[in-house]
Design a protein around this ligand. Structure first.
Ligand code: PLP
Length: 393
């Protein structure tokens, strides 16, 4: 018999994917240049040349060795290269045994959640949040506890998080730079969060894990992105090259369990066990090698920075309210009516594809992905003006 829960997940429409699919159909109908698609977070900057050069060099070698299985956790030299990079970049001694290679941050998160929870536990998330967290938490038999971020800063609300943590809590998930709001959590916020978690561990007499989802770590506009394991020992970092190196379809990332976690060695083994249980073993091996070679390759954020400037200046001049983004490539804009779904529908009439906030766990906002062609942003301004005008009259 088909598992109903799984059927439900497969059948459940993702608002973002639906909007993206609508956009493809609409572009075929009226011409791609007439649709302003801000729906999906697909990087618009090409992967660094070093990625292509490395791939070319690798595929020129022995194909049998190149495409062979790696150990379940990844190639030892790749895990070592990542541990070395962590040690060097964050002045934080990291060991290869604590690095587990995965098919992107998605697999890293699903394995991390499975490794630190038991069915019936609660996992706390900061709302708005990446919608797939709910899928992975519920698949592990756990419950999502949503805690709204502080508005207007969209930093974590540490007091509200403390109030939400109880005897069933096993983990808190944070995401900075943040999808969908673009906030980058400050050192001060993270230190307060870490102090609160330590106090709660003491009070509850059980470990609390901090899962730090970091696919946008490199995509910032000057803000500091503190290294979370240096602030809180029981941290699990979920990283990916999807955005940093513009390789979302190639599916490569990693989990790093802080070497300072008191139970870090056991936790690393449990991550490997969760990866095994979920079938997330031997991450794409060509990409493992590429990741190792490109581990310190800088991300090219110049185009996103320029898009961000054009979009925010344009929307500000039209009177839209938004959260100034310090990182990632999303703009969080206040809907012009309380129902964000209705606002997104009205935007479609102006050929603007913008994602309503409800799927991120909060009402009344929309998300714009500005990792798109600059020209599309420039040409979309009259559409944003028409949308605004339709509410003003
Ligand atoms: N976490 C966040 C916040 C994301 O935005 C994404 C992808 O957009 C992921 C995780 C999944 O990333 P990956 O493509 O590396 O699986």
């Amino acid at each position: 018999m088909i598992n109903e829960k799984m059927y439900g997940l497969g059948d459940e429409p993702s608002v973002i994917r639906e909007l993206f699919a609508y956009g493809l159909a609409r572009k075929a109908e009226i011409g791609a240049e007439n649709v302003f698609d801000y729906s999906i977070g697909n990087p618009s900057v090409p992967a660094p040349v070093l990625v292509r050069d490395t791939m070319e060099e690798l595929i020129a070698g022995d194909p049998v060795a190149l495409h062979a299985y790696s150990p379940a956790a990844g190639l030892p030299e790749v895990r070592q290269a990542i541990a070395d990079s962590i040690t060097q970049r964050y002045d934080f001694p990291a060991t290869a045994a604590h690095v587990y290679m995965t098919a992107g941050a998605a697999a890293a998160l699903a394995a991390s959640i499975a490794a630190v929870t038991h069915p019936g536990d609660e996992v706390v998330v900061v709302a708005p949040y990446f919608p797939e967290y709910r899928t992975w938490i519920e698949a592990a038999g756990c419950t999502v506890v949503e805690v709204p971020a502080s508005v207007p800063s969209f930093q974590p609300d540490v007091e509200a998080l403390a109030a939400a943590i109880g005897p069933k809590t096993s983990a808190v998930i944070i995401n900075s730079p943040n999808n969908p709001v673009g906030a980058v959590y400050t050192r001060e916020s993270l230190e307060a969060l870490a102090a609160m978690l330590r106090a709660k561990e003491e009070e509850l007499g059980r470990p609390l894990y901090l899962i730090s989802d970091e696919p946008y770590r490199e995509i910032t506009y000057g803000a500091e992105v503190p290294w979370v394991p240096a602030l809180y020992a029981r941290t699990i970092v979920c990283y990916s090259y999807s955005k940093a190196l513009s390789l979302p379809g190639e599916r490569i990332g990693w989990v790093y369990v802080s070497d300072t976690a008191p139970d870090g060695d056991e936790l690393s083994v449990a991550i490997a066990g969760a990866g095994r249980a979920l079938g997330y073993v031997c991450a794409p091996v060509l990409l493992q090698r590429v990741a190792a070679r490109c581990v310190n390759e800088p991300s090219d954020v110049a185009a996103y920075a320029e898009n961000r400037r054009i979009l925010t200046e344009g929307l500000a001049s039209l009177g839209y309210e938004y959260v100034e983004p310090d990182g990632a490539f999303y703009l969080w804009v206040r809907a012009l009516e309380p129902d964000a779904n209705a606002f997104s529908e009205r935007a479609k009439e102006c050929e603007l594809l913008i994602v309503p906030s409800d799927s991120f766990g909060v009402p009344g906002w929309v998300r714009l992905s500005y990792c798109i062609a600059r020209d599309t942003i420039e040409r979309s301004m009259p559409a944003f003006a028409a949308l605004k005008e339709s509410y003003d009259n």
